[in-house]
Ligand binder design. Structure first.
Ligand SMILES: Nc1nc2c(ncn2[C@@H]2O[C@H](COP(=O)(O)OP(=O)(O)OP(=O)(O)O)[C@@H](O)[C@H]2O)c(=O)[nH]1
Ligand SMILES: [Mg+2]
Length: 336
């Protein structure tokens, strides 16, 4: 199913049940007192955060989300049952916005449950109106309407690290190596079409589709996935040794991040200013150019050192290097 990160819905909390007019019926007492019960409360409408970034696609065909109506009151002063609450499950990282009132909510933690619309109160039954001067009241009240509204729900993933880079840089492979994720990996561009998340010692790593030069003008898959790394603590920027000019490729992506920030007026809170580590990937496939591999790697690394960022050189086929990288990444994350 296609990945969906924005939906519009209409939701209603339940209407309260009506109060009723009833009379006590007791043997040998021909005219009993009022005994109409109150209506039950309408069900509330809640949203609740779950760890499933694909769940919004399940709601695509469904447009109305309705909590249950409260039951009417009964005879013998019976209170009507409350309506059933509606609990809409949404991914962690969802923003919920009431289009009519502009109220906003955000789900940030698994299990977090937030009341969005309140159910209506049940109406009073006739027993409620009994008094010394009105011993046989015929009044009752109808249940109150539940709150209702139109909403937009937008997901912006919550993660600690965002993996970025050109298509084929090895982002999904790295995610799979570091975490429990099972992202699709292949040796062509744009293998990843939707974001993937993985758990790294309790931290979340997000893998998004590759970015290319011109992405901010819509090239490739454009920049629509960049919003999913807006809330990360840091970025890991992958550049493959397969690139003829690694530093140039790196700078192209940086430029796209900068343009994206500008288009949204993000300034210092944008992607460009985030902490970033640089990962030079696939160090095992460097084309030999008459010089030793180590020398070649060193030369490329030197070019990046001018940027004053932390640089890692990885080959996923070298377990030692990967183990070391894991430890270092965990250390960096523990510090942030
Ligand atoms: N030799 C070698 N190949 C690697 C390494 N890491 C990844 N690859 C290969 O590189 C290709 C691309 O890897 P992916 O992980 O799909 O790349 P990606 O950056 O997620 O690509 P997109 O999803 O298209 O943006 C796959 O064929 C991987 O097997 C590595 O360290 N060494
Ligand atoms: Mg990928």
């Amino acid at each position: 199913m296609a990945f969906i990160d924005e939906i519009k819905i209409y939701a209603e909390a339940g209407r309260g049940g009506n109060g009723v007019v009833r009379w006590r019926q007791e043997k040998f007492i021909p005219k009993g007192g009022p005994a109409g019960g109150d209506g039950g409360r309408g069900g509330d409408f809640f949203v609740q955060a779950v760890r499933d970034i694909h769940i919004l696609s399940q709601y695509k065909a469904k447009k109305d989300f309705l909590a249950g109506r409260g039951e009417d009151g009964g005879k013998k002063s019976l209170h009507g049952k409350s309506g059933i609450d509606y609990v809409l499950k949404l991914p962690i990282g969802s923003f919920i916005r009431n289009i009519d009132t502009e109220e906003e909510w955000e789900l940030t933690e698994e299990g977090q449950k937030t009341l969005i619309l309140r159910g209506g109160y049940g109406g009073f039954g006739n027993e409620h109106f009994k008094s010394s001067i009105n011993t046989a009241p015929k009044q009752y009240r109808e249940g109150q309407e539940g709150e209702k509204g139109n909403f937009t729900i937008e997901l912006q993933l919550f993660a600690d690290v965002g993996l970025i880079g050109l298509p084929n840089a090895g982002k999904s492979s790295l995610l799979n190596t570091l975490t429990n994720a099972q992202a699709k990996v292949a040796d062509y561009a744009f293998t990843t079409l939707d974001p993937n998340l993985g758990d790294f010692y309790g931290y979340t790593i997000a893998d998004i589709p590759g970015i290319i030069e011109g992405a901010s003008e819509g090239k490739g898959l454009g920049v629509k996935f960049l919003k999913h790394i807006k809330r990360t603590k840091m970025l890991a920027h992958l550049v493959s040794f397969e690139n003829l000019n690694m530093l140039k490729s790196y700078k192209q992506i940086r430029k796209e991040l900068e343009r994206y920030d500008k288009s949204l007026g993000l300034g210092k809170n944008g992607l460009f200013s985030k902490d970033e580590i640089i990962i030079l990937t696939k160090s095992d496939v460097i084309p030999e150019q008459g010089e030793s591999l180590l020398k070649f790697i060193d030369k490329e690394k030197k070019k990046f050192e001018k940027l004053n960022k932390k640089i890692f050189i990885l080959s996923l086929y070298d377990d030692k290097i990967i183990k070391k990288f894991r430890d270092e990444l965990a250390k960096i994350l523990n510090k942030t």
